[in-house]
Design a protein around this ligand. Structure first.
Ligand code: CLF
Ligand code: SF4
Length: 297
């Protein structure tokens, strides 16, 4: 599927397990949970657990300081040679914690220049961080875009925190959408690969995601990843105050097919935790907790 790509892009994706379906059989990624804060509220999020933008709810990640994160990355890279990608994806929003996120990337680009750097964000503060993203050679950015219509957005995001104020409703959703779209254009115009993640919420944005797919493709997104809402009442994950069922695998696949058109769709996402380690679908994070790293010294 990747054969038609220009060489420059093929080199960027051939050993990235999320951007290349082939690569995910052979190459591993790891996440470091350095980003606790978030600047928006998604109705599907439960802050006690990992950011639902990319992450499976249910288990709390061990929060790391940048120095601890770098120690962990170097230890994992020495143990798992297939580990090609380091992503920061939570447990809150990485760009709502810019000092911690970019300090981690800065140290890694210095100490482990062969590891590809990857970032996942809700996009609210993306435009102001594009220069720094480019500076650290972060070639892969994921933006979670659930809508391009503020009326739908108001049903997904109860509030955003913007310029020292909490904004609600359609106004909040409109600003978030504008920032996401602007950030997407700024990244693609600099040749940074952008993947768009969307959470499929039945009855809220499922029909609308076809429009989202068209819009982000027109702005140069490389890949679209439609993920199912994970509703786990036992983990306290509710959609707003209502219990909203997850889509069935058949509903998800039908929507992915409809979104597809001629845009590449990701179908192998495993909705990783913010501290996942290993091949996609495998989680070796428990082997590299801080107390175990201390024992390795
Ligand atoms: Fe991590 Fe995300 Fe980078 Fe991959 S995960 S920051 S792009 S290195 Fe991948 Fe995991 Fe799906 Fe994310 S399978 S949740 S898409
Ligand atoms: Fe939760 Fe992530 Fe949404 Fe922030 S962006 S509210 S951490 S799901």
């Amino acid at each position: 599927a990747m054969a038609h790509l220009p060489d420059s892009i093929r080199q960027k994706v051939q050993d990235h397990p999320c951007y290349s379906e082939d690569a995910h059989h052979y190459f591993a990624r790891m996440h470091v949970a350095v980003a606790p804060a978030c600047n928006i509220q998604c109705n599907y999020c439960n802050r006690k657990y990992d950011c639902a933008n990319e992450s499976r709810p249910g288990v709390v990640s061990e929060l790391l300081h940048p120095d601890q994160a770098v120690t962990k990355v170097l230890a994992v890279a020495a143990t798992i040679p297939q580990m090609t990608v380091l992503g920061i994806a939570g447990p809150g929003d990485p760009l709502a914690n810019p000092a911690r996120t970019f300090e981690t990337f800065r140290q890694l680009s210095d100490k482990a220049p062969d590891i590809k750097l990857c970032l996942s964000t809700n996009g609210l503060t993306l435009p102001e961080h594009v220069d720094e993203i480019a500076k650290h050679n972060i070639d892969h950015v994921t933006i979670t875009i659930n809508c391009v219509d503020p009326e739908i957005g108001a049903q997904i995001y109860p509030w955003i925190y913007w310029q020292n104020r909490r904004l609600r409703g359609v106004e909040a959703a409109r600003i978030l959408i504008e920032q996401q779209q602007k950030g997407l254009e700024m990244l693609t115009s600099r040749g940074i690969l952008v993947k768009v993640n969307s959470v499929m919420i039945p009855g809220v944005n499922d029909e609308h995601l076809k429009e989202v797919s068209k819009v982000v493709k027109a702005k140069g997104a490389f890949l679209h990843n439609v993920m199912p809402l994970i509703a786990e009442a036992e983990h306290g994950t509710y959609y707003g105050l209502m219990e909203q069922p997850s889509p069935t695998p058949e509903q998800l696949q039908a929507l992915q097919d409809e979104c597809g058109g001629d845009m590449a769709m990701m179908r192998h996402c495993r909705q990783c935790r913010a501290d996942a380690v290993g091949l996609l679908g495998e989680d070796r994070g428990a082997e590299f907790t801080l107390d175990k790293l201390a024992d390795m010294d």
